[in-house]
Design a protein around this ligand. Sequence first.
Ligand code: P6P
Length: 392
Amino acid sequence: MCHPHEDRWHTTSCSRWYTWCPLAHNAPSVSLGHAPPFSPGTQRGMTSNAPKRRVAVTLTQYLMSTQPAGSKGDFSLLMMAIQTAVKVVEKNIRRAGMHGNFGYVGDHAQNATGDEQAKLDVISNEAFKSHLASSEKVFIMGSEEEETGVAVNGPRRGCYIICFDPLDGSSNIDANVSVGSIWGIWRVDPATARAAKVESDAEATKLLLRPGNTLVSAGYAMYGSATNLVLSTGHNRVDGFTLDASIGEFLLTHPNMRVGKKKIYSVNEGNQSLWHPWFDQYVTSLKQGPKPYSLRYIGSMVADVHRTILYGGVFAYPDDTKSKEGKLRYLYEAAPMAFLVENAGGVAVTGAGRILDVVPTKLHQRVPVFLGSKEEIAKLQSFRDKALTSKL
Ligand code: P6P
């Protein structure tokens, strides 16, 4: 169970601590150089003029060293369970071709949101559910692959609420296109979690319906040419890790990620005939002028958002005349990604307001998503606002 005083949401500086990569195991080392929180300090017995070592910080070291003094490590243990689930998913994706795990489940089974279930969707969902439950830090889980909320009962119940998409973009897997896992984490008072009697699926689901502005952490894993794990616990900080499969560890490779400034737009232009006029006019404006934007669209949200954070620009999945609420699901796609983009210095809106301020009424609720750099979203919003005011 979570401990009453557990509250780890301070990304504390870790200047008091750093380690370096013992090259003996040939793990690639990374130079963290300037990036906090891991600024080279001095370890006991090391003088300040010790040779500048290249460092390799594992995700586990990062979690243990950024939890506040006195913390019992409940969040760290939850994140380690997520880390393990991600490694299981990664292993199954890399071997899918050899193990006949491409394609869809049997008779075109669909998940709770009407998407056809790929074999790897089921494998990934089971990996997340089992590792999260065995962490003993989870109260309620919500998954894209589950119709309702799933409560952890008895002594294994924790005080964290987690919504996740275990394998987003799975329709792309057979073509070896990058896919991902996405999660958002909320925390309830340990006494509340302990005392709660969750006696129906409906009650479990209701407990998941929380706005993104109460998230305490969010993250994603991207299974691409490399496997990345990106997370934030708020405080305007996002850090990225890369899996070194040779040692089975996620190493800190992208400290302090910030949304870039490149002129890129990312949207499925195949839906143009369905777009609201204001959005069509906005996209057209990006293609005009002496320096038109580049179009980059992978069709896998994690890959498109990861690129948008690293390079900049705008990612959009708008509401349109067919998908009146948009396509992307709030609790395990839009809200976690909005949390990350905002903490990386970007902006994430539905058009009508901030994504994180939406209060969901359904577990699989969809919302329009426009996210990216402050400048790009301000430009997009001006087209929408102008269209709305001209209608008044
Ligand atoms: P479309 C994948 O199915 C997904 O949910 C997101 O990962 C992705 O951004 C979106 O759908 C792509 O949708 O309609 O462009 O294929």
